[in-house]
Design a protein around this ligand. Structure first.
Ligand code: NAI
Length: 492
């Protein structure tokens, strides 16, 4: 079988396969779902358009989805996050470099923004679907919401018959996105309406993408049911926290190899990601200062022993600045201009708008020096006595995936077990009759028993002995012995 795909170098497949094999050992959740559901093939007939960092761990997710019967096309959800060997191995699958038999992947490390949106379009463009919509994608697996946005904006613009020009206040990326849609509308005026009509649901990986879904649902514009995977406890309280605790220092080390001990690290945001980031930096011996806008999270940070300050008050103290907010304009150009010489600035939130890179580039006399890919020195007042510089990681994009390889397998096994279960839920329940439908065009979180199941799948590998409730104790607490063990409002 030959199929279309685009990766950096297909001959990297063997190297990727070795890494995937080791990752499988560290991903007990996904491997036990393969065992449990392989025989019944619950995803048979599902054609999944996946947009999520094309890493080794994602390769194990993709091959779990296909082991459960799905057909898949995949792109990365960030221009720097692909591991090229993983992408190659997924394409080759059980075939050879000459005769690949895996999954069509459209992803490579270092895409341009034009290429990025081209890859997003490819995962939603299935062979033959222009003449037979039944051959098109019928599920989306998203991270950050770009694939979902492409479909929704496509439908919106098709309805009015044109794509607007970018506003001067829009980002360069949004302008490129509009260009892609304009071209697709010219070539096929009903493509996105047709595509949306076949899609049965989306499962969304991250805080930022989930935020977009709730906005669509509130406006009554969500075109298909959505499962918020991020807010499974076994996702956000694990991947966002413990994953970051691992992959933030990994990214800083690979990028700069600077000693973090004794340095002052400023973490903007103390949500799940911020908590993991602050803990990691403290673990390395940094003195950590947190900035927050939410009094609850600010108080938590203070109780956890961190100084909480406004960014402006600590600019001259910080050696390392990390944004984790999912918000825009958190570190502005004037902030960067006020930092000490060789301060390191990085973002680990989903989008690159947390750090004002465009404003930095506009500072008069500024010079950008590439130290190595994804590590840049920005020199202020170059050649004068006042010359100073800061180091910006991954051009303001998420540094744990740009400068390192993202979260480790074991924690991603939790996140991706939730993704797999969410896809099964949406796909197997799509034909429920009206009135009995469990998933309407709204955003849902997986039921707690499934969340607990994901945790359970990971206990043995860590040698955890779980205490069992006696029947008597269960009655006393008004619980079922088999769970769920906590009410919906419990916060962990
Ligand atoms: P969250 O909502 O739990 O935390 C964000 C925190 O930032 C909140 O406490 C909020 O009050 C605070 N915040 C907002 N604006 C701020 C400002 N101007 N200054 C200081 N604090 C501010 O979200 P979570 O789950 O921690 O995710 C944060 C971002 O990280 C999202 O974009 C998410 O998609 C992304 N993410 C990235 C991962 C990675 O591997 N790089 C993994 C998981 C999530």
């Amino acid at each position: 079988m030959t199929f279309d795909y685009k990766v950096a170098d297909i001959t990297l497949a063997e190297a990727g396969r070795h890494q995937i094999r080791l990752a499988e050992h560290e991903m007990p959740g996904l491997m036990s779902l393969r065992e449990e559901f392989g025989p019944t093939q619950p995803l048979k007939g599902a054609r999944i358009a996946g947009s999520l960092h094309m890493t080794v761990q994602t390769a194990v997710l993709i091959e779990t989805l296909t082991a459960l019967g799905a057909e898949v096309r995949w792109a990365s959800c960030n221009i720097f996050s692909t591991q090229d060997e993983a992408a190659a191995a997924v394409v080759v699958g059980k075939g050879t470099v000459e005769d690949p038999q895996g999954v069509p992947v459209f992803a490579w490390k270092g895409e341009t923004l034009e290429e990025y949106w081209w890859t997003a379009e490819q995962i939603l463009t299935w062979p033959g679907a222009d003449s037979n919509p039944e051959l098109g994608p019928n599920m989306i697996l998203d991270d950050g919401g770009d694939a979902t946005m492409l479909v929704h904006k496509g439908v919106e613009f098709e309805a009015v018959g044109n794509v607007p020009s970018a506003d001067p206040t829009d980002s360069e990326e949004y302008g490129i996105f509009l260009d892609v849609l304009r071209r697709s509308l010219e070539a096929d005026p009903k493509k996105w309406t047709r595509t949306a009509a076949t899609i049965k649901g989306v499962s969304e990986e991250t805080t930022t993408g989930v935020h977009r879904l709730y906005q669509l649902a509130e406006q009554g514009k969500l075109l298909f049911p959505a499962i918020n995977v991020n807010d499974s406890v076994t996702k956000s309280k694990f991947d966002n926290k413990y994953g970051i605790r691992h992959s933030l220092p990994d990214g800083i080390n690979r990028a700069t190899d600077v000693l973090m001990g004794g340095k002052v690290a400023v973490v903007c945001g103390y949500g799940d990601v911020g908590k993991g980031a602050a803990e990691a930096l403290r673990g390395q011996g940094s003195r950590v200062i947190v900035t927050e806008i939410d009094p609850i999270c600010a108080l938590q940070a203070a109780m956890d022993g961190y100084q909480v300050a406004k960014l402006e008050s600590v600019l001259a103290q910080g050696d390392i600045f990390i944004t984790t907010t999912g918000n825009k304009d958190v570190i502005l150009a004037e902030h960067m201009a006020g930092m000490k010489n060789k301060a390191i600035v990085g973002n680990i939130g989903h989008f690159d708008n947390e750090i004002d890179m465009a404003g930095l580039a506009r500072i008069p006399g500024i010079k950008k020096v590439e130290i190595k890919p994804q590590v840049h020195e920005w020199v202020f007042e170059a050649g004068t006595a006042a010359e100073r510089s800061i180091i910006v990681l991954s051009e303001g994009r998420l540094l744990n995936l740009g400068n390192a390889t993202g979260h480790p397998s074991f924690v991603m096994s939790n996140s991706f077990a939730n993704q797999t279960i969410a896809q099964i839920e949406l796909w197997t329940k799509k034909d429920q009759p009206a009135g009995e439908r469990e998933y309407e065009n709204q955003v849902y979180v997986l039921p707690k028993v499934l969340d607990e199941k994901v945790a359970r799948l990971h206990l043995d590998a860590l040698g955890v002995e779980l205490t069992e409730l006696t029947k008597d104790q269960a009655e006393y607490l008004d619980l079922d012995v088999a769970g769920p063990y906590k009410p919906e409002h419990y916060r962990y």
